[in-house]
Design a protein around this ligand. Structure first.
Ligand code: OKP
Ligand code: MG
Ligand code: ZN
Length: 343
């Protein structure tokens, strides 16, 4: 399958991630995308193509205008206020407080953030825009008749909600692409999130709808980020009741267990009879991942890709997490290779 890649991801070069009470070098770093690109190239998995530039319209189908404007201007406002470091939120509209974006940049940062792990920096806007272009270009390949495409998105997207950034995400690439399929005439789209973390943004965006089935397999949020969403009793609401599925696993989960969740997820996808499948692809389920707790091995990603391919659906992969940079290329390429074996 083809891979869509943009070097503009390099514009996202944060130097700080608040973790353990100190600022560390971010886990979500440029070398991630480069390692994946290199492996895709070395394994000759298919042509690597540049994205087309899209305007804001497809983004605004998913995100609010006030949020998009905030992201566009955050860095200049922060820099104009004379702050010495990167833009990190510190204050939230917590329980009992007003849910309203104030004028002050510290207030606005907290209003639009779901955590303090994700700094906004110069170039973040440009990189996040390019990441959406990558997803939408790959979406067009699939809509145009390719059986599958890989959007090598960076920064990732599945934690971003309609008006929230965090968990290294700004725009929800997978949700924007899913909405694009619908806007081009698809009746139903399924999103199957295999990243180690719950796809909270994607779930929230489609929670009240039955035209997008959202499924996520992830580490128990009682124990890990995003902490406040992703439990199994979240099944959707209103028209969306029955159209969200969360499959949760504990620390130490090996592929033999995880695979059962994948089987359940795939059967639900097949029952839904979608016109397209979007797979937010994180490989932070790997045993060597520094911030996660599953135990998948590199060879398991071949089987994962193969199972997804056996669904027989037009499929768009959007890159999400995976932080063992030495292994990320092999693991991602294995998923794509396993999928391609079914063609
Ligand atoms: C993004 B994606 C670890 C910090 C955790 C949030 C994790 C974001 C994961 N000390 N920060 O789903 O891979
Ligand atoms: Mg997930
Ligand atoms: Zn993740």
């Amino acid at each position: 399958m083809k891979t869509v890649y943009s070097p503009l991801h390099h514009r996202r070069t944060a130097t700080s991630e608040l973790d353990g009470g100190v600022l560390i070098a971010p886990h979500e770093r440029p070398s991630r995308a480069e390692t994946i690109l290199q492996r895709v190239r070395d394994q000759a998995l298919g042509e690597i193509v540049a994205p087309v530039n899209f305007d804001l319209a497809p983004i605004l189908r998913v995100h609010t205008l006030e949020y998009v404007s905030f992201l566009e201007h955050c860095w200049e406002e922060w820099a104009a206020a004379g702050k010495p470091g990167e833009a990190i939120p510190q204050f939230w509209p917590a329980r009992g407080m007003r849910q309203r974006a104030p004028k002050d940049i510290d207030g606005r940062l907290g209003y639009y953030a779901l955590g303090a792990d994700t700094s906004i920096t110069e170039g973040t806007w440009e990189a996040a825009r390019a990441s959406v272009d990558v997803a939408l270009t790959a979406q067009e390949l699939v809509a145009g008749g390719e059986r599958a495409a890989f959007a090598l998105c960076r920064p990732p997207g599945h934690h971003a909600a309609a008006d929230l950034f965090g968990g290294y995400c700004f725009f929800n690439n997978a949700a924007i692409a899913a909405q694009a399929f619908l806007d081009q005439g698809a009746k139903r789209v399924a999103i199957l999130d295999v990243d180690f973390h719950h796809g909270n943004g994607t779930q929230s965006i489609f929670y009240h709808r039955n035209d997008v089935l959202t499924i996520s397999i992830h580490g128990d949020p009682d124990l890990v980020f995003p902490h406040f969403l992703g439990f199994e009793d979240e099944i959707g609401e209103g028209d969306g009741a029955g159209y969200n599925l969360n499959i949760v696993y504990p620390p130490g989960t090996p592929f033999s267990e995880w695979q059962q969740g994948l089987e359940t997820a795939c059967e639900r996808v097949a029952d839904f009879r979608p016109d397209a499948l979007v797979v937010p692809l994180g490989v932070d389920t790997f045993e060597g991942d520094p911030i996660s707790f599953f135990r998948l091995k590199s060879e398991n990603y071949l089987a994962m890709g193969e199972r997804l391919g056996r669904l027989g659906l037009p499929t768009l992969f959007t890159m999400e997490g995976g932080y063992d940079v030495d292994a990320i290329g092999v693991n991602v390429a294995n998923v794509l290779k396993g999928f391609d074996l079914t063609l």
